[in-house]
Design a protein around this ligand. Sequence first.
Ligand SMILES: NC(=O)c1ccc[n+]([C@@H]2O[C@H](COP(=O)([O-])OP(=O)(O)OC[C@H]3O[C@@H](n4cnc5c(N)ncnc54)[C@H](OP(=O)(O)O)[C@@H]3O)[C@@H](O)[C@H]2O)c1
Length: 338
Amino acid sequence: MKAIVLNQKTYKLEIKDVDKPIISRSTVLVKLVATSLNHHELWTLKEKELRNDSNIILGSDGAGIIMNVGADVKGLKKGDEVVINPSLNWGTNNKVQGKNYEILGFPKHGTFAEFIAINHQYVCHKPVHLSFQEAAALPLAGLTAYRALFTRGEFENSNRILVTGIGGGVALFALSFAVALGAEVYVTSGNDHKILKAIELGAKGGVNYKDSDWSVKLLKMTKGFDVIVDSAAGKGFKELTEMTNPGARIALFGRTAGNIQNLNPSIIFWKQISIHGTTMGNNEEFKKMVDLISSEKIHPVIDSIYSIQEINLAFDKMAKGEQFGKIVINMDKFNNEI
Ligand SMILES: NC(=O)c1ccc[n+]([C@@H]2O[C@H](COP(=O)([O-])OP(=O)(O)OC[C@H]3O[C@@H](n4cnc5c(N)ncnc54)[C@H](OP(=O)(O)O)[C@@H]3O)[C@@H](O)[C@H]2O)c1
């Protein structure tokens, strides 16, 4: 089969012929129709944290059609339209992933390929109201947002929520989930147009984190937040703690703006706020996320859809932070070089 592999000498993505995966008794073979990009692939491309010399098939997100099922697989059959959970081997502790935990696509071969063989437990039926392109946008970002908002953020419908960096894939899912459940949601962004788009999607308001007085403006608009979903950390994190209501939770899942600086401990202990690290989620959370998408008829926000040949362009767009929502790749035409 054809796959988009990471050449570890040039650090470029290229199309190569690789062995088609063979199913075992517990796996299903999925023909991928669409995949989407995540920031961690960009980290892999930039930071070169590679562990072996072979060609690696990146890609965590995927939606497609089951072509074959292993002998022990129940509840799935050839022709089913499915979406793949990239959060592998979580383990038995719901509080944290175990030592064998992996994210699909690195180091295990991922979804930037014609086919993938994957254990049936990581496959869910595609929500019927979504196209393959929309379904491919769900897995990693939707799961991360679900755990950040509900499990770690301990979301309640009456809460006031802040989602930072709203242009991000995960951030937009957190906004969609909270708005669908009736919460009052505010956002930050480095781009005023993205704030306006978020308001169209149901946010009450937002501020530009590049303005020096962004946190003052945000506090004037609101009376503080019960849940903050943040992927930036960095210098602005201090202000996030200052904008919390007593007993609030901050769910932190990224480091886009670097290290946290100058936290005021008194704010943390006196307001009894909780800073909760969060990463991806377990299989149960994945199923609940897909159920929520189906029951609330949520459509993921898609920034753009690229062909396989344009994948490097698509990553350039993500690197520049120009996107609003998920960048999707159609996986149907493998015939040309990238
Ligand atoms: N722990 C996990 O499980 C997990 C899962 C997924 C992602 N992540 C991490 O979370 C981060 C976001 O991932 P993603 O896939 O959503 O990335 P993405 O789609 O590339 O979005 C990144 C977003 O970060 C925002 N941003 C940049 N500088 C910021 C700042 N100073 N303050 C606030 N926001 C800022 C930007 O928002 P605007 O465009 O609105 O300015 C940008 O859209 C990455 O660091 C990624 O590695 C972690």
